[in-house]
Design a protein around this ligand. Structure first.
Ligand code: PFF
Length: 456
Protein backbone atom coordinates (compact mmCIF):
# COMPACT_ATOMS: atom_id res chain seq x y z
CA UNK A 1 0.00 0.00 0.00
CA UNK A 2 1.32 3.38 -0.86
CA UNK A 3 1.56 5.73 2.06
CA UNK A 4 2.25 8.72 -0.12
CA UNK A 5 0.28 11.73 0.84
CA UNK A 6 -1.84 12.24 -2.24
CA UNK A 7 -3.81 15.26 -1.11
CA UNK A 8 -0.92 17.62 -0.98
CA UNK A 9 0.80 18.75 -4.15
CA UNK A 10 4.49 17.80 -4.10
CA UNK A 11 6.86 20.76 -4.06
CA UNK A 12 8.99 21.30 -7.21
CA UNK A 13 11.94 23.34 -8.40
CA UNK A 14 10.64 26.62 -9.74
CA UNK A 15 13.25 26.83 -12.51
CA UNK A 16 15.85 24.75 -14.27
CA UNK A 17 18.66 26.99 -13.07
CA UNK A 18 17.33 26.61 -9.52
CA UNK A 19 17.66 22.86 -9.81
CA UNK A 20 21.15 23.05 -11.29
CA UNK A 21 22.35 25.41 -8.57
CA UNK A 22 20.83 23.30 -5.80
CA UNK A 23 22.27 20.06 -7.16
CA UNK A 24 25.64 21.71 -7.81
CA UNK A 25 25.30 23.14 -4.29
CA UNK A 26 24.96 19.64 -2.91
CA UNK A 27 27.97 18.49 -4.88
CA UNK A 28 30.20 21.48 -4.14
CA UNK A 29 31.08 21.40 -0.47
CA UNK A 30 33.74 20.56 2.06
CA UNK A 31 34.62 17.69 -0.24
CA UNK A 32 35.88 20.18 -2.81
CA UNK A 33 37.31 22.92 -0.66
CA UNK A 34 38.65 20.97 2.29
CA UNK A 35 39.13 17.34 1.26
CA UNK A 36 40.19 17.66 -2.38
CA UNK A 37 43.22 19.96 -1.94
CA UNK A 38 44.62 17.96 0.98
CA UNK A 39 43.91 14.63 -0.75
CA UNK A 40 45.83 15.90 -3.76
CA UNK A 41 48.56 16.98 -1.35
CA UNK A 42 48.81 13.64 0.40
CA UNK A 43 48.13 11.35 -2.59
CA UNK A 44 50.90 12.41 -4.92
CA UNK A 45 49.63 15.59 -6.57
CA UNK A 46 48.90 15.37 -10.30
CA UNK A 47 48.69 11.56 -10.26
CA UNK A 48 45.67 11.73 -7.98
CA UNK A 49 44.09 14.45 -10.11
CA UNK A 50 44.53 12.34 -13.23
CA UNK A 51 42.87 9.25 -11.75
CA UNK A 52 40.14 11.44 -10.35
CA UNK A 53 39.42 12.64 -13.90
CA UNK A 54 39.35 9.12 -15.33
CA UNK A 55 36.80 8.05 -12.69
CA UNK A 56 34.84 11.23 -13.21
CA UNK A 57 34.29 10.48 -16.89
CA UNK A 58 33.87 6.73 -16.70
CA UNK A 59 31.87 6.51 -13.46
CA UNK A 60 30.82 9.96 -12.23
CA UNK A 61 29.03 11.33 -15.30
CA UNK A 62 27.15 8.09 -16.10
CA UNK A 63 25.95 7.66 -12.51
CA UNK A 64 24.88 11.28 -12.21
CA UNK A 65 22.64 10.86 -15.24
CA UNK A 66 21.34 7.53 -13.95
CA UNK A 67 20.39 9.01 -10.57
CA UNK A 68 18.64 12.10 -11.92
CA UNK A 69 16.77 10.03 -14.51
CA UNK A 70 15.53 7.61 -11.87
CA UNK A 71 14.30 10.48 -9.71
CA UNK A 72 12.50 12.26 -12.50
CA UNK A 73 10.93 9.05 -13.79
CA UNK A 74 9.42 8.07 -10.44
CA UNK A 75 8.84 11.56 -8.97
CA UNK A 76 9.71 9.96 -5.65
CA UNK A 77 12.55 10.33 -3.18
CA UNK A 78 15.18 7.62 -2.80
CA UNK A 79 13.27 4.73 -1.18
CA UNK A 80 10.07 5.19 -3.18
CA UNK A 81 12.00 5.61 -6.42
CA UNK A 82 13.60 2.19 -6.19
CA UNK A 83 10.51 0.55 -4.75
CA UNK A 84 8.15 1.81 -7.39
CA UNK A 85 10.20 0.08 -10.07
CA UNK A 86 11.13 -3.07 -8.15
CA UNK A 87 9.83 -3.56 -4.65
CA UNK A 88 12.75 -5.59 -3.36
CA UNK A 89 15.19 -2.82 -4.25
CA UNK A 90 13.70 -0.29 -1.85
CA UNK A 91 16.54 -1.11 0.53
CA UNK A 92 19.01 0.72 -1.76
CA UNK A 93 17.08 3.92 -1.14
CA UNK A 94 17.08 3.06 2.57
CA UNK A 95 20.84 2.68 2.42
CA UNK A 96 20.99 6.21 1.03
CA UNK A 97 18.92 7.62 3.87
CA UNK A 98 21.19 5.93 6.42
CA UNK A 99 24.22 7.21 4.56
CA UNK A 100 22.94 10.81 4.49
CA UNK A 101 22.22 10.57 8.18
CA UNK A 102 25.73 9.44 9.09
CA UNK A 103 27.52 11.79 6.71
CA UNK A 104 25.69 14.72 8.25
CA UNK A 105 26.59 13.45 11.71
CA UNK A 106 30.29 14.06 11.08
CA UNK A 107 29.99 16.70 8.33
CA UNK A 108 28.30 18.92 10.91
CA UNK A 109 31.38 18.62 13.13
CA UNK A 110 33.53 20.15 10.39
CA UNK A 111 30.68 22.54 9.52
CA UNK A 112 30.93 23.78 13.11
CA UNK A 113 34.66 24.39 12.72
CA UNK A 114 33.92 26.44 9.61
CA UNK A 115 31.43 28.64 11.48
CA UNK A 116 33.94 29.18 14.26
CA UNK A 117 36.60 30.18 11.74
CA UNK A 118 34.18 32.36 9.83
CA UNK A 119 33.34 34.30 13.00
CA UNK A 120 37.01 34.51 13.92
CA UNK A 121 37.95 35.78 10.47
CA UNK A 122 35.17 38.34 10.64
CA UNK A 123 36.67 39.70 13.83
CA UNK A 124 40.13 39.71 12.24
CA UNK A 125 41.35 37.13 14.76
CA UNK A 126 43.07 34.92 12.22
CA UNK A 127 45.71 37.38 11.06
CA UNK A 128 48.50 35.19 12.40
CA UNK A 129 51.52 34.21 10.32
CA UNK A 130 52.92 31.46 12.50
CA UNK A 131 51.39 28.06 11.65
CA UNK A 132 52.45 26.75 15.07
CA UNK A 133 50.26 29.32 16.79
CA UNK A 134 47.44 28.62 14.35
CA UNK A 135 47.90 24.90 14.97
CA UNK A 136 47.42 25.34 18.67
CA UNK A 137 44.34 27.53 18.13
CA UNK A 138 42.86 24.85 15.90
CA UNK A 139 43.85 22.01 18.24
CA UNK A 140 42.52 23.88 21.24
CA UNK A 141 39.19 24.57 19.60
CA UNK A 142 38.44 21.14 18.16
CA UNK A 143 39.41 19.40 21.36
CA UNK A 144 37.20 21.59 23.51
CA UNK A 145 34.00 19.57 23.95
CA UNK A 146 31.67 22.45 24.78
CA UNK A 147 32.74 24.78 21.99
CA UNK A 148 32.90 22.20 19.24
CA UNK A 149 29.49 20.75 20.13
CA UNK A 150 28.02 24.23 20.36
CA UNK A 151 29.24 25.20 16.89
CA UNK A 152 28.14 21.85 15.47
CA UNK A 153 24.68 22.67 16.83
CA UNK A 154 24.69 26.11 15.20
CA UNK A 155 25.61 24.52 11.87
CA UNK A 156 22.74 22.06 12.17
CA UNK A 157 20.27 24.80 13.11
CA UNK A 158 21.23 26.75 9.97
CA UNK A 159 20.80 23.60 7.89
CA UNK A 160 17.44 22.94 9.49
CA UNK A 161 16.25 26.52 8.95
CA UNK A 162 16.66 26.07 5.19
CA UNK A 163 15.21 22.55 4.88
CA UNK A 164 12.15 23.54 6.91
CA UNK A 165 11.16 25.89 4.12
CA UNK A 166 10.90 23.13 1.56
CA UNK A 167 12.23 22.79 -1.96
CA UNK A 168 11.44 25.93 -3.94
CA UNK A 169 11.21 28.29 -0.97
CA UNK A 170 14.11 26.86 1.05
CA UNK A 171 16.74 24.78 -0.72
CA UNK A 172 16.35 26.44 -4.13
CA UNK A 173 16.26 30.00 -2.80
CA UNK A 174 19.28 29.48 -0.54
CA UNK A 175 21.27 27.87 -3.35
CA UNK A 176 20.40 30.67 -5.77
CA UNK A 177 21.95 33.19 -3.42
CA UNK A 178 24.89 31.21 -2.06
CA UNK A 179 26.16 29.45 -5.19
CA UNK A 180 26.76 32.51 -7.40
CA UNK A 181 28.41 34.25 -4.43
CA UNK A 182 30.61 31.21 -3.99
CA UNK A 183 31.70 31.24 -7.63
CA UNK A 184 32.69 34.89 -7.46
CA UNK A 185 34.62 34.46 -4.21
CA UNK A 186 36.55 31.39 -5.28
CA UNK A 187 37.47 33.07 -8.55
CA UNK A 188 38.86 36.10 -6.70
CA UNK A 189 40.84 33.99 -4.27
CA UNK A 190 42.36 31.79 -6.93
CA UNK A 191 43.51 34.79 -8.97
CA UNK A 192 45.13 36.14 -5.82
CA UNK A 193 46.83 32.82 -5.13
CA UNK A 194 48.07 32.13 -8.67
CA UNK A 195 49.58 35.59 -9.03
CA UNK A 196 51.75 35.27 -5.92
CA UNK A 197 55.46 35.09 -6.75
CA UNK A 198 56.63 31.48 -6.58
CA UNK A 199 53.19 30.00 -7.17
CA UNK A 200 54.28 28.03 -10.22
CA UNK A 201 55.78 25.23 -8.06
CA UNK A 202 52.36 24.57 -6.60
CA UNK A 203 50.70 24.65 -9.99
CA UNK A 204 53.21 22.11 -11.26
CA UNK A 205 52.70 19.85 -8.26
CA UNK A 206 48.99 19.98 -8.87
CA UNK A 207 48.89 19.44 -12.59
CA UNK A 208 51.90 17.31 -13.58
CA UNK A 209 51.29 13.63 -12.80
CA UNK A 210 54.05 11.52 -11.32
CA UNK A 211 53.02 7.99 -12.31
CA UNK A 212 55.24 6.33 -9.73
CA UNK A 213 52.92 7.69 -7.04
CA UNK A 214 49.94 5.63 -8.21
CA UNK A 215 48.99 2.68 -6.03
CA UNK A 216 45.78 0.98 -4.88
CA UNK A 217 45.36 3.44 -2.05
CA UNK A 218 45.51 6.42 -4.38
CA UNK A 219 42.99 4.69 -6.67
CA UNK A 220 40.57 3.94 -3.81
CA UNK A 221 40.82 7.45 -2.46
CA UNK A 222 40.21 8.94 -5.89
CA UNK A 223 37.04 6.92 -6.41
CA UNK A 224 35.82 7.68 -2.89
CA UNK A 225 36.43 11.34 -3.63
CA UNK A 226 34.40 11.19 -6.86
CA UNK A 227 31.40 9.70 -5.04
CA UNK A 228 31.65 12.01 -2.06
CA UNK A 229 32.24 15.10 -4.12
CA UNK A 230 29.44 14.48 -6.62
CA UNK A 231 27.00 13.45 -3.87
CA UNK A 232 26.22 10.24 -5.70
CA UNK A 233 25.52 6.85 -4.23
CA UNK A 234 23.20 8.01 -1.48
CA UNK A 235 20.02 9.17 -3.14
CA UNK A 236 20.57 12.95 -3.11
CA UNK A 237 20.51 13.22 -6.88
CA UNK A 238 17.57 10.79 -7.13
CA UNK A 239 15.66 12.92 -4.63
CA UNK A 240 16.60 16.23 -6.26
CA UNK A 241 15.74 14.77 -9.69
CA UNK A 242 12.32 13.80 -8.38
CA UNK A 243 11.42 17.47 -7.94
CA UNK A 244 11.90 18.05 -11.69
CA UNK A 245 8.89 18.03 -13.93
CA UNK A 246 8.63 15.88 -17.02
CA UNK A 247 9.21 18.80 -19.36
CA UNK A 248 12.74 19.44 -18.21
CA UNK A 249 15.66 18.13 -20.20
CA UNK A 250 17.92 16.23 -17.82
CA UNK A 251 20.89 15.76 -20.09
CA UNK A 252 22.24 19.29 -19.71
CA UNK A 253 22.08 19.41 -15.90
CA UNK A 254 23.59 15.92 -15.57
CA UNK A 255 26.61 17.22 -17.42
CA UNK A 256 26.77 20.69 -15.86
CA UNK A 257 26.64 19.50 -12.24
CA UNK A 258 29.78 17.32 -12.37
CA UNK A 259 31.49 19.98 -14.49
CA UNK A 260 30.77 22.73 -11.98
CA UNK A 261 31.77 20.46 -9.12
CA UNK A 262 35.07 19.56 -10.73
CA UNK A 263 35.76 23.14 -11.72
CA UNK A 264 35.36 24.22 -8.10
CA UNK A 265 37.59 21.39 -6.84
CA UNK A 266 40.31 22.30 -9.34
CA UNK A 267 40.00 26.01 -8.61
CA UNK A 268 40.10 25.25 -4.88
CA UNK A 269 43.30 23.32 -5.48
CA UNK A 270 44.67 26.20 -7.52
CA UNK A 271 43.56 28.68 -4.89
CA UNK A 272 45.33 26.88 -2.09
CA UNK A 273 48.29 24.79 -3.25
CA UNK A 274 50.19 27.51 -5.19
CA UNK A 275 49.84 29.85 -2.21
CA UNK A 276 51.02 27.11 0.12
CA UNK A 277 54.10 26.54 -2.04
CA UNK A 278 54.73 30.24 -2.69
CA UNK A 279 54.87 30.93 1.02
CA UNK A 280 56.94 27.89 1.87
CA UNK A 281 54.41 25.64 3.60
CA UNK A 282 53.93 21.90 3.13
CA UNK A 283 51.18 20.66 0.78
CA UNK A 284 50.83 17.35 2.56
CA UNK A 285 49.71 18.83 5.85
CA UNK A 286 46.43 16.87 5.71
CA UNK A 287 43.05 17.91 7.11
CA UNK A 288 44.65 20.88 8.88
CA UNK A 289 45.55 22.42 5.51
CA UNK A 290 42.43 24.57 5.48
CA UNK A 291 42.32 25.54 9.13
CA UNK A 292 46.00 25.88 9.94
CA UNK A 293 48.02 26.46 6.80
CA UNK A 294 45.58 28.63 4.87
CA UNK A 295 45.06 31.32 7.52
CA UNK A 296 48.86 31.62 7.70
CA UNK A 297 48.92 31.90 3.93
CA UNK A 298 46.30 34.65 4.01
CA UNK A 299 48.08 36.46 6.82
CA UNK A 300 51.21 36.59 4.68
CA UNK A 301 49.60 38.26 1.69
CA UNK A 302 48.35 41.78 1.01
CA UNK A 303 44.67 42.23 1.89
CA UNK A 304 44.91 38.86 3.60
CA UNK A 305 42.24 39.67 6.19
CA UNK A 306 39.66 40.34 3.51
CA UNK A 307 40.58 37.21 1.57
CA UNK A 308 40.53 35.13 4.73
CA UNK A 309 37.05 36.32 5.61
CA UNK A 310 35.81 35.78 2.04
CA UNK A 311 37.32 32.33 2.03
CA UNK A 312 35.62 31.10 5.19
CA UNK A 313 32.33 32.61 4.08
CA UNK A 314 32.68 30.68 0.84
CA UNK A 315 33.42 27.46 2.70
CA UNK A 316 30.42 28.02 4.94
CA UNK A 317 28.10 28.55 1.96
CA UNK A 318 29.46 25.47 0.26
CA UNK A 319 29.08 23.36 3.39
CA UNK A 320 25.50 24.50 3.96
CA UNK A 321 24.28 23.85 0.41
CA UNK A 322 25.63 20.31 0.88
CA UNK A 323 24.34 19.64 4.37
CA UNK A 324 20.82 20.65 3.38
CA UNK A 325 20.86 17.96 0.71
CA UNK A 326 21.79 15.29 3.25
CA UNK A 327 19.04 16.37 5.61
CA UNK A 328 16.61 16.54 2.68
CA UNK A 329 17.25 12.89 1.77
CA UNK A 330 16.27 11.86 5.31
CA UNK A 331 13.33 14.26 5.60
CA UNK A 332 11.86 13.45 2.17
CA UNK A 333 11.77 9.79 3.11
CA UNK A 334 9.44 10.49 6.02
CA UNK A 335 7.41 13.05 4.08
CA UNK A 336 6.97 10.96 0.92
CA UNK A 337 6.77 7.51 2.44
CA UNK A 338 5.18 8.06 5.81
CA UNK A 339 3.09 11.13 5.10
CA UNK A 340 4.96 13.02 7.82
CA UNK A 341 4.75 16.77 8.25
CA UNK A 342 7.90 18.36 6.78
CA UNK A 343 8.48 20.75 9.65
CA UNK A 344 8.09 18.16 12.36
CA UNK A 345 10.15 15.59 10.48
CA UNK A 346 12.96 18.08 9.83
CA UNK A 347 13.18 19.12 13.48
CA UNK A 348 13.11 15.61 14.91
CA UNK A 349 15.62 14.21 12.42
CA UNK A 350 18.06 17.09 12.96
CA UNK A 351 17.89 16.57 16.68
CA UNK A 352 18.69 12.88 16.31
CA UNK A 353 21.54 13.69 13.92
CA UNK A 354 22.88 16.15 16.48
CA UNK A 355 22.85 13.49 19.17
CA UNK A 356 24.51 10.91 16.96
CA UNK A 357 26.96 13.53 15.70
CA UNK A 358 28.11 14.75 19.11
CA UNK A 359 30.48 11.79 19.61
CA UNK A 360 32.09 12.73 16.27
CA UNK A 361 32.91 16.16 17.71
CA UNK A 362 34.01 14.66 21.00
CA UNK A 363 36.37 12.28 19.25
CA UNK A 364 38.59 15.25 18.40
CA UNK A 365 39.04 15.87 22.10
CA UNK A 366 38.07 13.92 25.20
CA UNK A 367 36.85 10.89 23.23
CA UNK A 368 39.90 10.71 21.02
CA UNK A 369 40.71 7.25 22.22
CA UNK A 370 37.18 5.96 22.47
CA UNK A 371 37.24 3.41 19.68
CA UNK A 372 33.96 2.26 18.29
CA UNK A 373 35.44 -0.27 15.89
CA UNK A 374 39.03 -1.45 15.81
CA UNK A 375 41.16 1.64 16.14
CA UNK A 376 38.54 3.95 14.67
CA UNK A 377 37.03 6.65 16.82
CA UNK A 378 33.52 7.92 16.13
CA UNK A 379 34.56 10.56 13.58
CA UNK A 380 36.77 8.18 11.60
CA UNK A 381 34.19 5.43 11.83
CA UNK A 382 31.37 7.57 10.41
CA UNK A 383 33.71 8.85 7.70
CA UNK A 384 35.07 5.46 6.66
CA UNK A 385 31.68 3.75 6.88
CA UNK A 386 30.03 6.30 4.61
CA UNK A 387 32.78 7.40 2.20
CA UNK A 388 34.37 4.02 1.65
CA UNK A 389 31.52 1.55 2.11
CA UNK A 390 28.01 3.01 1.95
CA UNK A 391 28.55 5.52 -0.88
CA UNK A 392 30.43 3.01 -3.00
CA UNK A 393 27.82 0.31 -2.36
CA UNK A 394 25.08 2.81 -3.18
CA UNK A 395 26.84 3.69 -6.46
CA UNK A 396 27.34 0.04 -7.36
CA UNK A 397 23.71 -0.83 -6.66
CA UNK A 398 22.49 2.25 -8.54
CA UNK A 399 24.39 1.20 -11.67
CA UNK A 400 23.11 -2.39 -11.47
CA UNK A 401 19.61 -1.16 -10.85
CA UNK A 402 19.46 1.32 -13.70
CA UNK A 403 21.56 -0.76 -16.10
CA UNK A 404 19.96 -4.15 -15.51
CA UNK A 405 16.89 -4.13 -13.27
CA UNK A 406 15.01 -1.11 -14.58
CA UNK A 407 16.98 -1.46 -17.80
CA UNK A 408 19.26 0.98 -19.60
CA UNK A 409 16.85 1.08 -22.57
CA UNK A 410 13.97 2.16 -20.34
CA UNK A 411 16.15 4.82 -18.79
CA UNK A 412 17.05 6.14 -22.24
CA UNK A 413 13.33 6.31 -23.06
CA UNK A 414 12.82 8.47 -19.96
CA UNK A 415 15.75 10.70 -20.92
CA UNK A 416 14.40 11.09 -24.44
CA UNK A 417 10.87 12.09 -23.39
CA UNK A 418 9.38 15.07 -25.22
CA UNK A 419 11.62 14.66 -28.22
CA UNK A 420 15.01 15.04 -26.51
CA UNK A 421 17.76 13.33 -28.49
CA UNK A 422 20.45 11.53 -26.48
CA UNK A 423 23.28 11.05 -28.97
CA UNK A 424 25.67 9.39 -26.55
CA UNK A 425 23.08 6.82 -25.47
CA UNK A 426 25.08 3.78 -26.71
CA UNK A 427 28.18 4.94 -24.83
CA UNK A 428 26.21 5.63 -21.66
CA UNK A 429 24.43 2.26 -21.82
CA UNK A 430 27.73 0.46 -22.27
CA UNK A 431 29.32 2.27 -19.33
CA UNK A 432 26.42 1.88 -16.93
CA UNK A 433 25.99 -1.84 -17.70
CA UNK A 434 29.48 -3.17 -18.28
CA UNK A 435 32.03 -0.74 -16.93
CA UNK A 436 30.71 0.95 -13.80
CA UNK A 437 29.53 -2.18 -11.91
CA UNK A 438 32.75 -4.23 -12.14
CA UNK A 439 35.01 -1.21 -11.62
CA UNK A 440 33.18 -0.05 -8.51
CA UNK A 441 32.90 -3.62 -7.26
CA UNK A 442 36.66 -4.19 -7.36
CA UNK A 443 37.31 -0.97 -5.46
CA UNK A 444 34.56 -1.70 -2.93
CA UNK A 445 36.13 -5.07 -2.16
CA UNK A 446 39.44 -3.36 -1.55
CA UNK A 447 37.83 -0.78 0.72
CA UNK A 448 36.18 -3.55 2.70
CA UNK A 449 39.51 -5.33 3.03
CA UNK A 450 41.05 -2.11 4.22
CA UNK A 451 38.30 -1.53 6.77
CA UNK A 452 38.59 -5.05 8.10
CA UNK A 453 42.34 -4.63 8.44
CA UNK A 454 41.74 -1.41 10.36
CA UNK A 455 39.44 -3.29 12.73
CA UNK A 456 41.73 -6.25 13.33
N1 PFF B 1 29.32 16.55 -2.08
C1 PFF B 1 29.52 17.12 -0.78
C2 PFF B 1 30.90 17.70 -0.69
O1 PFF B 1 31.69 17.57 -1.63
O2 PFF B 1 31.20 18.28 0.34
C3 PFF B 1 29.30 16.14 0.34
C4 PFF B 1 28.12 15.27 0.18
C5 PFF B 1 26.86 15.83 0.07
C6 PFF B 1 28.30 13.93 0.10
C7 PFF B 1 25.78 15.02 -0.10
C8 PFF B 1 27.22 13.10 -0.09
C9 PFF B 1 25.99 13.68 -0.20
F1 PFF B 1 24.98 12.92 -0.41
Amino acid sequence: MSLINENKERDKWSSKIGFILAAAGSAVGLGNLWKFPYSVGSNGGGAFVMIYFIFLFVIGFPLMLAAITLGRKTQLSAVGAYRSIKKKWAFVGGLGVVCGFFILAFYSTVGGWVIYYFVKALKGGLAIKDPEVLGSIFGGFISSPVESILYQGIFLVLTLAIVLRGISGGIEKASKIMMPALFVMIFLISIRSITLPGASEGIKFFLVPDFSKINMNVIMNALGQVFFSLSIGMGVMVTYGSYLDKDSNILGPSAYIPMLDTAVAIIAGLATLPAVFALGFKASSGPGLMFVTLPAVFASMPFGKVFCFLFFMLVLFAALTSSISMLEVCVSYFVDEKGANRIKASIIISMIIYLVGMPASLSMGPWKDVHILGNLNFFDFYDKLTSNILLTSGGLLLSIFVGWVWGADNAVKEIELRGVKFRLAPVWKFLIKYVVPPAVFIILINSLKELIMAIL
